[in-house]
Design a protein around this ligand. Structure first.
Ligand code: NAD
Length: 482
């Protein structure tokens, strides 16, 4: 179903995110017939492009980052005709009058802040000052949303001076992933899971977000942030919320976000010995060896973590006593984002000791190969007696429901269309972000106070050995990086 005609302005339209994600996502939605032909997409940045130059820029981005899309001949040309460009300075007066003049009355206006966070406030103020935004306009704010609680609060206040909360779309692209939405469908659309979804039947929960890449070109920023701020405070926390939250009464923005907020507020403080921080070393002896973290960020004394693993609890009636283990890191052995809901073993085995002990595991894989599997125990086929084996029940919906060979839509496709439709369910509310910082701030302050240095780990490994010990001390082990 096509969305209503809209004007979308991409501030930072010539940046890396616009090139790799936003423009390709818009093109795919155009191919899917969701973007009406009257829609206008305006790149706005300091660069000196005209419309035709920006179309060339977008065409190249789409060829590189949305290749092989089955799109009829000529569709790329039609899509590019929707693009325009305004040279504009977020900190000055250049370009704003020009931008205001290009927007049309009576249609949805959305402004995507795809610029560094230092410019979010400038953009909000100038959108207001130049009368570019109207009361129904939406702004889309990228991460990072603040550096800590104080800066997040300040940013919320700056945005709130010019926009209502209902106009502000704080992106966490993990929420746009097809499998994350499917997690909610599986949890709340089936009778099977919800009665067991609590401390009585769940042994523990694990969330792993492992990357093989290093800090790349983001070294300067990353060294001021680290894995806690860059990944844990937002992406892993959001995943934890969706797993742990109570069923909202409706799948509506505030109903969902109220429940997520309650989870964050119920999180226990994390004890220092329940956290392992790591920093990757150079790869030893490998061809094309990668530099160490400290070399990559150009800071030989950096104490910033590129890896973090921690154990926490959601202290409420449903989850009391159930540990949540979270870990994320760079330059690890495999690229893998997985949530595992580890159910308890059956209380008694009628098959005797030799059948072993078995437990169900619900695995939600976000990447690669998005999908959900439920590990169940069955009899090993054949005449060999009552031997038990664990097999995965595959709920990989892309294969079951999608056209053959189709990839799930990229998170940005779903999220940008939600902005145009005015649906905030998959976006973070201001109080959620603040609560998440309120939980992370004291943890980070503790490291600083104690002068903690992260543990080195080998590039291409599964992270520091202490993270394995964190699990082993509890008689458990990590899953998810194979
Ligand atoms: P980038 O540095 O590649 O691009 C920044 C853009 O902002 C450019 O188009 C530049 O022209 C424009 N810009 C800079 N100063 C300006 C000014 N004064 N006035 C007008 N335009 C100005 O950055 P990016 O990687 O595209 O990231 C953009 C935002 O998205 C950042 O907040 C980043 O943290 C976030 N983000 C990026 C990625 C990614 O994969 N690149 C992923 C998640 C979030």
């Amino acid at each position: 179903i096509p969305v209503d005609p809209f004007d979308l302005v991409i501030f930072g339209g010539t940046g890396d995110l616009a090139r790799r994600k936003i423009l390709p996502a818009l093109f795919r939605r155009y191919c899917a017939g969701q973007i009406p032909p009257e829609a206008v997409i305006i790149g706005a940045a300091r660069a000196d492009y005209d419309a035709s130059g920006y179309r060339d820029f977008a065409a190249e981005a789409i060829r590189e980052f949305a290749p092989g899309r089955s799109c009829e001949d000529g569709t790329l040309g039609q899509f590019l005709d929707r693009l325009d460009f305004v040279t504009l300075d977020a900190r000055g007066d250049t370009g704003w009058g020009d931008l205001a003049a290009r927007l049309q009355q009576g249609r949805v206006r959305a402004f995507y802040f795809s610029v560094g966070p230092g410019l979010f406030g400038d953009l909000a103020e100038r959108l207001h000052k130049w009368g570019v935004a109207d009361p129904d306009s939406r702004i889309v704010v990228e991460k990072p949303f603040g550096h800590d609680l104080a800066t997040a609060r300040e940013l919320n206040q700056t945005l709130a001076a010019h926009f209502q909360e209902s106009q502000i779309y704080r992106i966490d692209h993990y929420l746009g992933k097809e499998t994350v939405q499917n997690l909610m469908a599986v949890r709340f659309g089936n009778m099977l899971f919800e009665p067991l979804w609590n401390a009585q039947y769940v042994d523990h929960i694990q969330i792993t977000v492992a990357e093989t890449v290093g800090v790349g070109g983001r070294g300067e920023y990353y060294d001021t942030a680290g894995a806690m701020r860059d990944m844990m405070q937002n992406h892993l926390m959001q995943l934890l919320c969706l797993i742990a939250m109570e069923p909202p009464a409706r799948f509506e923005p505030d109903a969902v976000r109220d429940e997520k907020l309650k989870v964050i507020r119920a999180l226990d403080d994390v004890l220092p010995h329940h956290i392992v921080r790591g920093q990757y070393d150079a790869q030893q002896g490998a061809e094309n060896a990668h530099p160490s973290y400290r070399e990559a960020v150009g800071n030989p004394r950096s104490k910033t973590e590129s890896y973090i693993a921690l154990k926490t609890h959601v202290s409420n009636w449903r989850w009391a006593g159930t540990p949540f283990y979270l870990r994320t890191g760079k330059r690890l052995k495999a690229r893998s984002s997985v949530i595992s809901v580890m159910f308890k073993e059956t209380p008694h085995s009628i098959f005797g000791a030799e059948a072993g002990r078995h437990a169900n595991v619900l695995t939600i894989r976000l990447q690669p190969n998005e999908g959900i599997t439920l590990q169940v125990t069955i009899k090993e086929p054949g005449p060999g007696g009552m031997r038990l084996v664990d097999v995965p029940l595959d709920m990989t919906f892309a294969e079951a429901l999608g056209p053959e060979g189709s990839d799930p839509p990229d998170a940005y496709e779903r999220l940008i269309m939600d902005v145009i439709r005015g649906n905030q369910t998959l976006f973070m509310r201001g109080d959620e972000v603040e609560a998440a910082w309120a939980w992370t701030d004291p943890i980070i302050a503790g490291w600083v106070r104690r002068g903690e240095v992260p543990k080195p780990y080998d590039s291409g490994s599964t992270g520091p050995g202490d993270a394995d010990l964190l699990m082993q001390r509890d008689g458990r082990e990590w899953r998810g990086i194979v």
